[in-house]
Design a protein around this ligand. Structure first.
Ligand code: EPZ
Length: 429
């Protein structure tokens, strides 16, 4: 299994191109199931999760082809992929595939809308929390879908199609908002979704569905109205920049010091995280094509954060911010409100010398003067990258094991950091 070796102590200087967002690309790819025409997606990141979803969609009959031309000559980040679901050959998403990636459960939305039936394995537990699917089921039932759960599978039927209706989420869910929006695009009438997720990835999906002929308004607010249409067509759509990758590299610069331009991204995608970073002492300036992050050698100030659905502080940046706070000049409190078990990085950061006490959903982080390199390992994507950030500022050598977690969500991380002067290398095998 590959590992990443980091020798800490070097500031970061240069330019980091930001890739397309994993969490936008995945639902957009799934939307290709809604039409027999070709959906062309630009700026699709090269990530293990994207490859896995291509395999899963292939099982339902989606063909794909990748543009020969590289988007960024010589560098080759992200690419254009054409997806065509001319015929849906299977409406079952089996356990073997769904258990590998939770987002693949979302195929239930397009399959039920286009085919009137879907049989999708329950995704099961996951390292960051129990992550049930009750909101998907209740939401689809509100649109007339008959659902039974049997033998670990959700069996859904809508012989007369998706019906007009309204559903108010008792709790904000990004995935369930994606699914209801996709299913409702082909409804027989108007669907209203209340307390919808407002994440930019939801807006990006709505824009794509509208380009395919859907009639969706209100995406990006908590009430989304969808006037169903009888069929969707193909379209060409660009995956939005990855706000979590953007925030992660901004935090890496704040941690290691230096001066970096994050390119092909947009500061507006992560307002609240940037506010917290500025409060900690990073100097952040939006540019026409991204943002500029600087930190001189001065110590960081402690800042309390609590995760929240968009526009709040993203749970997907919580681990990275905690890494940053391990070296602040004082004590900060970091509260996780979205997932009940998203603190796997705490014990690994402690191996580097961090002083963190956990109590329920809140971590109290006392900044320390120095971190020391060590062998570490994490069991999820964002926890793993928080260890890389800590390693950039630790004295000596840090080795992050189980790099496949990083490969799920960060496109060529070691290359992007090395170009800015970090000592980061992948050790194969
Ligand atoms: C998306 O997951 C992201 N994944 C996650 O990113 C992200 O952490 C999360 O949204 C929150 O922002 C993708 O976009 C592929 P949710 P999702 O449904 O949609 C509970 C990463 O590192 N819930 O908004 O699965 C759930 O347990 C990942 O890239 C129910 O209770 O998250 C959680 O507590 C990990 N019942 C909360 O809602 C349901 O039926 C929010 O989850 C569904 C969710």
């Amino acid at each position: 299994m590959d590992r990443i070796r980091i020798v800490g102590g070097n500031p970061l200087n240069g330019v980091i191109p930001i890739s397309g967002a994993k969490n936008a690309a995945l639902p957009l790819m799934i939307a290709s199931l809604l039409t027999d025409d070709t959906l062309t997606l630009e700026n699709v990141p090269r990530l293990a999760d994207v490859e896995q979803l291509i395999r899963i969609l292939g099982n339902h009959g989606v063909d794909y082809s990748v543009n020969g031309r590289r988007e960024r000559q010589g560098e080759g980040y992200s690419r254009t992929i054409h997806f065509t679901a001319r015929h849906i050959v299977d409406t079952t998403a089996p356990y073997e595939l769904v258990s590998k990636m939770r987002a693949s459960f979302w195929v239930i939305g397009p399959l039920i809308a286009r085919m009137g039936e879907a049989r999708v394995s329950l995704p099961g537990g996951c390292a960051i929390g129990t992550r049930p699917v009750d909101l998907f089921i209740d939401g689809l039932k509100a649109l007339g879908v008959e659902i039974e759960i049997e033998g670990g599978y959700v069996n859904a039927r809508a012989p007369n199609g998706i019906q007009a209706g309204a559903y108010e989420f008792p709790k904000v869910s990004v995935g369930a908002t994606h699914v209801l929006m996709m299913a409702a695009s082909l409804a027989n009438g108007t669907v209203e979704i209340r307390n919808a997720a407002r994440e930019p990835e939801v807006t990006n999906l709505a824009d794509c569905l509208n380009a395919m002929g859907a009639r969706i308004s209100g995406a990006g607010t908590s009430t989304i109205i969808i006037e169903g249409v009888s069929a969707l067509s193909g379209a060409r759509h660009r995956v939005l920049p990855d706000r979590i990758e953007t925030g992660t590299y901004a935090m890496a610069v704040a941690m290691a010091g230096g001066d970096v331009t994050l390119e092909d991204t947009n500061a507006n995608l992560l307002d609240s995280a940037l506010d917290s970073l500025r409060a900690a002492g990073a100097d952040i300036t939006p540019t026409n094509s991204g943002l500029h992050v600087r930190r001189n050698g001065a110590g960081l100030d402690p800042v309390d954060v609590a995760t929240d659905p968009f526009p709040g502080f993203p749970t997907d940046l919580q681990a990275q911010f905690m890494a940053l706070m391990t070296r602040a000049r004082g004590t900060s409190k970091i509260t996780e409100t979205i997932f009940e078990n998203r603190f796997m990085h705490v014990q690994e950061l402690a191996r580097l010398g961090a002083d963190i006490a956990l109590s329920g959903q809140t971590a109290t982080v006392k900044g320390v003067e120095t971190l020391n390199g060590a062998q570490v390992m994490a069991t999820d994507l964002r926890a793993s990258v928080s260890l890389v950030i800590a390693g950039l500022a630790a004295e000596g050598e840090t080795v992050v094991n189980r790099v496949y977690h990083l490969d799920r969500g960060f496109e060529r991380l070691e290359e992007k950091l090395t170009r800015c002067g970090a000592v980061v290398e992948r050790i194969s095998g």
